[in-house]
Write a protein that binds this ligand. Sequence first.
Ligand SMILES: *Cc1c(COP(=O)(O)O)cnc(C)c1O
Length: 237
Amino acid sequence: MNDIAHNLAQVRDKISAAATRCGRASEEVTLLAVSKTKPASAIAEAIAAGHRAFGENYVQEGVDKIRYFQETGNSSLQWHFIGPLQSNKSRLVAEHFDWCHTVDRLRIATRLNEQRPLDMHPINVLIQINISDENSKSGIALTELEALASQVAELPRLTLRGLMAIPAPESSYERQFAVAQQMAVAFEALKSRYPTVDTLSLGMSDDMEAAIAAGSTMVRIGTAIFGARDYSNNKEH
Ligand SMILES: *Cc1c(COP(=O)(O)O)cnc(C)c1O
């Protein structure tokens, strides 16, 4: 087994163990392999190991990879945009990605709706919540969720699938769990109002166990699969 296949197997085992510990089925938790800054060859290794869902943070880099794998005949892959999205880049996301995790204002949602090509399925979107890091510019407060969700749900070229958050780092499991649980409560409330909602994108390498215990359905893992990132030679990073 190569490194990436080996790492993927280990991460999948960790997810299963975390799910089992809290009485959940491991199939309830999807692994999103975060491939930002990594070359197509690394993604190809993950594909060979059976992986299909990839997360990218930088629009142009993600689009280049999506095109590359389309040209090489890999049509079964699922591409998730997970980076901050500026209005002037929304068209590329609308035209290429399957999911966008970082919708945090109506303007972005409206643009994605207008720009989503009619021959593609509606783009799956998550509303990003700024759950613990007041200094971050990304994400809305939970108090703003109801208003934005009802507007997003009206847009026909978008499918509202749920919520995403990047909690501020916490050293203790208890604090990670407390924050994750706030997200889980908001997610359950949203789910009861919108039948298309089924995804809570929460949990990275350091807080995956707490996120899964609280109810996350999608964890986003990069370094543990692909190794450390090198930001030295791409102006988009
Ligand atoms: C980079 C990134 C990840 C993965 O981080 P790692 O530390 O490499 O596992 C997950 N989610 C988001 C939003 C990211 O930007």
